[in-house]
Design a protein around this ligand. Structure first.
Ligand code: GDP
Ligand code: MG
Length: 678
């Protein structure tokens, strides 16, 4: 891959069921990467290569695939739509240059479309739309475009308009049919006058959009001249790269309609690596540096995914600058500092096929073997030129369950397996319950945990026992309070007595949600003997004592958040006030103060959107309210939607309940919003 201008790194993103996988299969087929089309409903899709995905019919692991089209290379990262796996979407977005967002032509923009759109906006990714399922009754191209403007605030610009059994190209002025067994033969003819007339409003939208970025075109449009196609393409590309246009292509992936012109659009309208603004990195001196995507200059890459393949650890990276050869030693910026490792092998990526490469170049996405330390979000660089790229943010898991091996002899094997899975997935975590010694596996949702179990069984041949899912809680205080505590203990020993004594007064008060905990342990009053003063070791112990007690709450021993602890006064009594004694005295005073300051439990609140047939709206609303949901808004319609804030613990098992309330037609998505008292 020598010429970077001929590379397009794109992601295909959408609400679940819009047709991403079906579309990707067509892309692979038409580009010759695949010899036959696998269908999702047969469990045969190429990109859904993990058995769990085939069972659940959804895409879980983002996989990178390369395809050639019109003398270009398209690298597709298939992104999962289920909200439990948003970390995968975010990882992919980060290393992409452009996005194709798929809409269901009947439903238009859906809740998850909004989520991916927000992520796209965060990384300023140019995006084009494929309005899919235009074969379905009720599908409406214009209305779907309208939903892009209204619900996303995008700039939908029509390019390919689907009309019964064909697609009309507004720039090339052709009417296309897709013939052959799989629509592989594109038969184009000039558009007839009547059809062209019928689409005049859409042509107008297109022309006005390009006129805005190109004065020459503006002139022509004003004079009502017909601008040449090349000019329109160039202007539309410019507008798309600048985020001012979102070209829309319509069709039906399942019926093989309109996919080839979309591929042309990807190449013509989405950026090559070098068209993207350089990325910002921080160097060893803490100075910001711009990293241009080019083969010359010190090596710099981002690890965006760790995956076990054939039980070996592999790291997916995007190379931003310089080149990487097998055997090369690189510096890795881990959260714990810089380490050096040797890259044993470099592979090309294509779902579950691997082929070795001698060298990776800037702009490429490759798979590296031999790195034991690199994890998701780490910057890889030339050890002589340390650089740090912005980390990928992983969210804290909100749901957990107790887990153990069916037979105790498998315990070690289970820990090994879980360690591997947690390395692959930063939103999965294994904790130990301090009191019961039980292992708790935590993740982003029920499906997330369920799939982890299935993988333990299938990939690691482990039988596991799991408890009921339990939501992660936090604690805070609703009021203020203060308490004092005298710690005094005399321990009789064989030939002497040991006295421990310390006193403290501590006050606590709540801080605003999200502000974090603050411990103030300086400038306090010192009491005790006449010459009482606090040594450095005692001062440290006083601070530690307050911090110990501020870590967990009195209600469930959960993490305590957003409080202010103020050590107001301490009492020191000569030798008896050892650092240890002071630490206990302060911790106990802090605990008492917290317990007296109206502690409250905080539960994860999920931003939830439910989509249901209108006839079920009343009953589903009522049910949500009985679960403690606070309704934000309701949009009635053939498929109505409800947006609400709902405590996660009340949503366990909701998928099944919603299905039975709506005869299988209801859907819902949720994403973590905040910890809050209910
Ligand atoms: P994903 O969840 O976005 O990956 O969606 P899938 O590709 O798995 O498709 C979801 C369902 O919609 C499957 O049953 C597909 O067969 C169906 N589907 C996909 N594209 C079309 C289309 O263009 N027309 C119709 N009628 N159905 C489609
Ligand atoms: Mg899929």
């Amino acid at each position: 891959m020598a010429d970077l201008s001929k590379v397009r790194n794109i992601g295909i993103a959408a609400h679940v069921d819009a047709g991403k996988t079906t579309l990707t299969e067509r892309v692979l087929f038409y580009t010759g990467a695949n010899h036959k089309i696998g269908e999702v409903h047969d469990g045969q899709a190429h990109m859904d290569y993990i058995p769990e995905e085939q069972v659940h019919g959804i895409t879980i692991m983002a996989a990178v695939t390369r395809a050639s089209w019109a003398d270009h290379v398209i690298q597709v990262v298939d992104t999962p739509g289920h909200v439990d796996f948003t970390i995968e979407v975010e990882r992919s977005m980060r290393i992409l240059d452009g996005a194709v967002i798929v809409l269901d032509g009947v439903r238009g923009v859906e809740p998850q479309t909004e989520t991916v759109w927000r992520q796209r906006t965060r990384f300023e990714l140019p995006a084009i739309f494929f309005i899919n399922k235009m074969d379905r009754p009720g599908a409406d191209f214009r209305r779907s475009m309208e939903s892009i403007r209204e619900r996303l605030g995008g700039e939908p610009i029509p390019v390919c308009v689907p009309l019964e059994g064909r697609v009309v190209h507004l720039i090339d002025k052709t009417s296309m049919r897709f013939e052959g067994d799989n629509g592989e033969q594109v038969v184009s003819e000039p558009v007839d006058e009547a059809t062209w007339e019928q689409l005049s409003d859409l042509r107008e939208t297109l022309l006005l959009a390009v006129a805005e970025v190109d004065p020459e075109l503006e002139e022509m449009v004003l004079m009502e001249e017909d601008p040449p196609a090349e000019l329109i393409w160039a202007a539309l590309r410019k507008a798309t790269l600048a985020g001012k246009a979102n070209p829309c292509f319509g069709g039906s992936a399942l019926r093989n309609q309109g996919v080839q012109p979309l591929l042309d659009g990807v190449i013509a309208l989405l950026p090559a690596p070098k068209d993207r603004p350089p990325c910002v990195a921080v160097d060893a001196a803490g100075e910001e540096q711009l990293v241009e995507m080019e083969n010359t200059g010190p090596f710099c890459a981002l690890a965006f995914k760790v995956q076990m393949l054939e039980s070996r650890r592999h790291v997916f990276v995007r190379v931003y600058r310089g080149t990487l050869e097998k055997g090369q030693v690189i510096g890795i910026h881990t959260p714990d500092g810089m380490v050096q490792e040797r890259v044993a092998r470099v592979f090309d990526v294509d779902a579950n096929k691997k082929s070795r490469l001698n060298k990776a170049e800037a702009g490429q996405i490759v798979l590296l073997a031999g790195l034991r330390k690199a994890t998701t979000g780490d910057t890889l660089c030339d050890p002589e030129h340390p650089l740090l790229l912005e980390r990928i943010t992983a969210r804290d898991p909100v749901l957990g369950l107790a887990i153990e091996a069916q037979s105790t002899k498998d315990e070690g094997k289970l820990l090994d397996a879980l360690d591997k899975l947690c390395q692959e997935d930063p939103t999965l975590r294994l904790d130990e319950d301090q009191e019961t010694g039980q292992r708790i596996l935590r993740g982003m949702g029920e499906l997330h945990l369920q799939i982890t179990f299935e993988r333990l069984q299938r990939e690691f041949k482990l039988e596991v026992r799991a408890g009921k899912p339990d939501v992660v809680v936090r604690e805070t205080i609703a009021g203020s309070g203060s308490a004092e505590n005298l710690f005094h203990r005399v321990i009789e020993r064989e030939d002497d007595t040991l006295e421990m004594k310390g006193w403290a007064r501590v006050s606590v008060s709540p801080r605003r949600r999200g502000e974090g905990t603050e411990v103030v342990a300086r400038g306090y009053q010192v009491r005790g003997d006449d010459e009482a003063r606090v040594s450095a070791a005692q001062a440290q112990a006083i601070r530690d004592g307050a911090q110990d007690a501020a870590a967990t709450g009195p209600l469930e021993g959960a993490q305590l958040e957003d409080i202010r602890v103020h050590v107001e006064a301490v009492g020191v009594y000569g030798e008896a006030s050892s650092p240890q004694a002071m630490r206990v005295a302060v911790a106990e005073a802090t605990r008492k103060a917290i317990a007296g300051a109206s502690p409250v439990l905080l539960r994860p609140i999920m931003d939830t959107e439910v989509v249901i047939p209108e006839e079920n709206l009343g009953s589903v609303l009522g049910d949500l309210q009985s679960r403690g949901a606070v309704i934000q808004n309701t949009q009635p319609g053939e498929m109505s939607s409800i947006r609400c804030d709902c405590p996660l613990d009340k949503l366990l098992g909701y998928t099944t309940d919603l299905r039975s309330m709506t005869r299988g037609r209801g859907q819902f998505t949720m994403s973590f919003s905040r910890f809050d008292s209910v």
